[in-house]
Design a protein around this ligand. Structure first.
Ligand code: GLU
Length: 487
């Protein structure tokens, strides 16, 4: 019988989660959900020197935000725990000892200084770096001598001195490594913590992981892992190394390309739906044209077969486009709920809080079509909330002379003063004919009114905007514009 699918996302808390980390998490999650298997989160926190405070929280928070729920791991537990490697040290120590006992590993007493010197020598002689195996064949006597000196040894793996290590990657196909290029790598450090290699292999085995889907950069570790699986007599999982993510210029992805940590996207107001869609296409595709694809469809159609071999291009313009599409797809109520917190935090503090929900409800439809991220909402709507507009007087007379502007604004003021109802169609009904009465092109007249009522040259539809602002505010603002023009 085929073993059930069990995949894991195994982040190290050495930094905030970035696009690459979360793409790995997403692919594992999609594969688990598609295969009705289990998605496990395991925290690989064995490199104590590189722990970053808050990293674990940020990783888990990113998964929550994107709704990548896990079946086993931190917060939820499970039968294969603990899921923090720092809580499994006894397991790794025992296995490292076992490898020493069976002759596949040995104690190494070389000091960091000696290793440093050795590396410098190797560099000078232009030799490949790697441990020179000095302690590989220590006699019992030599070992005792070193032990008495109180040196705490590390445990190193005895890498075969010749031959090849092969394995088959589900994406890359057959990969062959020459064992002579591998040194005797460390399994257990002198602080008692395992290295990534040992802990990763042991846990994938003990947690019965069926498939390892991880970033391409780990491919270089594979020969060591394969040798360890063999020495421990474990059956290795299947491996699938995901293509590297590159910037549009094909260089290593960085901030310069708009790639920021996952929670920064949340802060900027990208919808999680858009991020999931976007990340899924970083190295996977449904066919050669589909761009918009829902979470449900992703789960239904995800397959390892359609993961690309070549680098995936991260294009921030595409993400922005997608983000806008997902925002426009929200129903009015949902959009309101999501945009409100961004207005609460994004609008100037001088504006009274909490914001009026009813008022925001009227404004929301005017911007839903126009924004790319929820974070832009505050900037787009500030003029709806402030008491006084702050704009350059010159904007009032870009298209017309001051005299014409004064005349037009006076006429508009009069026109809207006694309107029966102050709604979009009544406003249009009075202002459109007024343009021709004034002998002005509608574009010029409406442009002028837009500046007077919003302080900007680009804003949502003029009549809708004025209707939401209300008569009182519009009249005040036209009055203020007249004053600016010296009228
Ligand atoms: N801890 C490694 C990382 O941070 C995991 C690599 C793997 O999935 O084997 O990416």
């Amino acid at each position: 019988m085929r073993k059930p699918v069990r995949v894991r996302f195994a982040p190290s808390p050495t930094g905030l989660p970035h696009v690459g980390n979360i793409r790995t998490a997403l692919f594992n999650w999609l594969f688990a959900r598609h295969s009705k298997g289990r998605f496990i989160v395991r925290i690989e926190d064995t490199d104590v020197a590189r722990w970053v405070k808050g990293a674990i929280e940020a990783i888990l928070e990113s998964l929550h935000w994107l709704e990548l729920d896990w079946d086993e791991g931190p917060e939820v537990g499970g039968d294969y725990g603990p899921y923090f490697q720092s809580q499994r040290l006894d397991i790794y120590r025992a296995i490292a000892q076992q490898l020493v006992k069976q002759g596949d590993a040995y104690l190494c007493y070389c000091s960091p200084q000696r290793l440093e010197q050795m590396r410098a020598e190797q560099m000078r002689r232009k030799e490949p770096p790697g441990y020179d195996r000095r302690c590989r064949n220590l006699s019992a006597k030599e070992r005792v001598r070193l032990e008495i000196q109180g040196i705490v040894p590390v445990i190193r793996f005895k890498t075969p001195l010749s031959g090849e290590t092969r394995f088959r990657d589900l994406i890359r196909g057959r990969v062959v490594f020459d064992n002579r290029n591998l040194d005797d790598f460390v399994l257990l450090k002198s602080d008692g913590y395992p290295t990534y290699h040992l802990a990763n292999v042991v846990d994938d085995h003990l947690m019965e992981i069926s498939h390892v889907l991880r970033a391409d950069e780990w491919l270089a570790s594979i020969p060591r892992h394969v040798l360890l699986y063999k020495a421990l007599d474990y059956k290795p999982p299947l491996f699938a190394h995901l293509p590297m993510i590159l910037g549009p210029d094909r260089s290593k992805l960085s901030k310069r390309h708009g790639a920021v940590s996952t929670l920064d996207y949340r802060e900027q107001g990208y919808l999680p739906e858009a991020i999931v869609n976007f990340l899924a296409l970083l190295g996977w595709s449904l066919d050669d044209r589909t761009e918009l694809i829902s979470r449900e469809q992703l789960v239904r159609y995800f397959s390892l077969k359609r993961i690309a071999k070549t680098g995936a291009i991260f294009n921030i313009d595409k993400l922005n486009w997608m983000s806008g599409v997902y925002i426009r797809q929200l129903d009015a109520e949902d959009f309101l709920e999501r945009v409100l917190p961004f207005l609460e935090t994004g609008l100037p503090q001088s504006i009274e809080r909490p914001l009026s929900r009813e008022y925001v409800q009227q404004i929301a439809p005017l911007i839903q079509e126009r924004i790319t991220t929820l974070g832009e909402a505050a900037e787009y709507t500030e003029f709806f909330f402030v008491e006084e507009l702050d704009y350059d007087r010159a904007l009032l007379s870009t298209d017309v002379t001051d005299e014409v502007a004064l005349e037009a604004l006076r006429a508009a003021k009069k026109g809207i003063q006694d309107l029966d109802s102050f709604d979009t169609s009544s406003l249009e009904g009075v202002l459109r004919p007024l343009a021709s009465e004034l002998g002005l092109k509608t574009g010029k007249f409406f442009g002028l009114l837009r500046v007077a009522t919003t302080g900007r040259t680009a804003a949502p539809s003029l009549f809708q905007t004025m209707a939401v602002l209300g008569r009182e505010r519009c009249l005040q603002r036209i009055e203020a514009a007249l004053n600016r023009l010296g009228g």
